[in-house]
Design a protein around this ligand. Structure first.
Ligand SMILES: Cc1cc2nc3c(=O)[nH]c(=O)nc-3n(C[C@H](O)[C@H](O)[C@H](O)COP(=O)(O)O)c2cc1C
Length: 189
């Protein structure tokens, strides 16, 4: 698949099969991610790959964030809620937490460090698609919660920029509408 085709046909795939994904293939995607550009070549991204029981770390994060959000709940009600939250981590056989650790280089700009980490995620998504995998870039409030960061042993300045849920596709995604680039472009000639 050439690059234009990969960009054009990649879709967010929220439902994937339970089949495991070979480690070598996951490493190939991470390698693609690591070739993203970054100002001053700071390469501020890192990845936490969760498979099998390793996804329990994310389940723990979701549960901790959820428990903090509903301090009034206890007993069976709380247990039920937390059990439901935990299942989110098991929606795909592979989940990759993409992290931005902004550089200490005084020239580095936070917005650019985040942009670089996000560009790495896009590389990963495109590589996943080109290799027959389906993926969804998930974020949401729990991802930004300090307890989620703590669960992954991250320091304060680190930011999780995405949870990438990956696997072999179990759906055909409808093509979402796109505003043509021409409507988003001004030419100064
Ligand atoms: C930063 C970011 C965060 C996203 N978070 C979510 C999310 O939490 N849940 C979700 O269903 N999709 C999420 N998406 C995927 C978008 O919904 C999706 O890209 C958009 O609907 C366009 O569809 P497409 O990716 O198939 O072109 C996210 C995308 C980005 C770039």
């Amino acid at each position: 698949m050439n690059i234009e085709e990969a960009i054009r046909t990649r879709r967010t795939i929220g439902r994937v099969k339970k089949d495991p994904v070979e480690r070598a293939l996951i490493e190939k995607l991470l390698d693609a991610a690591a070739w993203a550009p970054s100002h001053f070549n700071t390469q501020p991204w890192s990845f936490i790959v969760m498979t099998g029981d390793g996804r329990e770390r994310l389940a723990e994060g979701y549960a901790r964030v959820s428990a903090a959000a509903v301090p009034e709940l206890s007993g069976e009600q709380l247990e039920e809620r937390l059990a439901k939250e935990r299942t989110k981590a098991y929606r795909s056989p592979v989940v990759i937490a993409a992290v931005c650790s902004p550089s200490d280089d005084p020239r580095a700009v936070l917005a650019e460090e985040l942009a670089a980490a996000q560009a790495a995620v896009q590389n990963l998504l495109l590589a996943a698609h080109a290799n027959g995998l389906g993926a969804i870039w998930r974020s949401g409030d729990p991802m930004y919660h300090p307890l989620m960061k703590e669960t992954f042993g991250l320091v304060e300045k680190d930011q999780i920029v995405g949870f990438i849920y990956l696997g072999y596709p179990d759906m055909v995604a409808p093509e979402p509408k796109r505003i043509p680039a021409t409507a988003k472009t001004v030419w100064l000639v």
